[in-house]
Design a protein around this ligand. Structure first.
Ligand code: SF4
Length: 311
């Protein structure tokens, strides 16, 4: 599959079929914590970065097997709202496969665009990020395309909240020392309060980020932040759910390992869960890929992660 991936056990959405509408790595931001690497095309231009007819064709082929899914989720290697055909794909899914819920994982930077807000109205859940409110912290963490003003982004999110009938789950990615200062947290709390999302999800580094100096926030501090944000409904993002039985799964194990870690680095436990492999079996493949120099490992707080080796 070229534009679809998984189904994968997602930390927030259960069993989720991913739809990737932009190539690596097209985004409006270049976040220091990004798990899929540096942004190579930093842009605000919405266009058909991948052909929408081909995406729809792939979806039709896959969904014809009536897979067991919790969500079909727009996410992947960049910012999905940059694809000008996003609305067409959402409409296609909701018209032809209404049994599936549609989720949009987005950095939320483009909702000041009225046309985009109209396109996403048929989605069930939108999960935008809000890591900072002040332009200075926003610039340090998210390193936006020049001209992207955080006040305008927040206004776009407010308009979305006003017009969108589905659920909005805001995500705040916490970086110790950057957006957990008293001043920034106060701004974040006020803004979230005004946005009135259905819930706020607190996340922190779990896999290697783009910049090696980014450190995860410890659990105690995350709990403190969650307490501070009350009475907002806040949750700390939990670990991946167990994968259900997925019949339509590619049996080429090595290809699947490479495909999975090309999207985001994973531990061996993650890979075992995602690919339903016994650890011994997985280790054989990992050893040979390490020997061949196609992948590399990196130690993080949660364990040893595997990622594609960049020459
Ligand atoms: S974390 Fe998301 S928004 Fe930030 S650079 Fe990566 S893909 Fe873009």
């Amino acid at each position: 599959m070229k534009y679809l991936f998984g189904p994968v056990p997602s930390r927030r959405l259960g069993i989720s079929l991913g739809v990737d509408l932009v190539p690596h790595k097209v985004c409006t931001l270049n976040c220091v914590y990004c798990e899929v690497g540096r942004t190579t095309l930093l842009t605000l231009a919405r266009k058909e970065y991948v052909p929408i007819d081909d995406v729809i064709h792939e979806l039709d082929n896959f969904l014809a097997q009536q897979p067991s899914l919790d969500y079909i989720t727009f996410s992947g290697q960049g910012e999905p709202t940059l694809n000008s055909g996003l609305g067409r794909v959402i409409e296609h899914i909701k018209t032809h496969y209404p049994q599936y819920w549609v989720a949009l994982l987005t950095n939320g930077t483009l909702f000041w665009d009225k046309a985009l807000r109209k396109e996403v109205m048929m989605a069930d859940v939108i999960l935008p990020d809000l890591d900072a409110v002040s332009q200075s912290v926003f610039s340090k963490i998210n390193r936006p395309k020049a001209g992207l003003d955080n006040r305008q982004i927040v206004e776009g999110l407010q308009a979305l909240r006003h017009e969108f009938a589905g659920k909005i789950l805001m995500e705040v990615f916490l970086i110790p020392g950057l957006n957990d200062t008293e001043e920034e947290l106060k701004l974040i709390k006020k803004t979230l309060y005004e946005l009135a999302p259905d819930s706020v999800q607190l996340n922190s580094l779990d896999r290697p980020g783009t910049e090696s100096w980014v450190r995860p926030m410890n659990k105690e501090r995350m709990i403190e932040v969650a307490e501070y944000l009350k009475p907002l409904k806040t949750e700390i993002v939990a670990n991946t759910q167990n994968r259900k039985t997925i019949k339509s799964f590619d049996d080429d194990i090595q290809t699947n390992i490479l495909k999975t870690i090309s999207r985001r680095p994973c531990t061996d436990d993650d890979l075992c869960q995602i690919l339903s492999l016994h650890k011994n079996e997985l280790n054989k493949y990992l050893s040979s890929l390490l020997d061949e120099g196609r992948i590399e490992s990196i130690q993080m707080e949660r364990g040893l992660f595997f990622k594609l080796k960049v020459e």
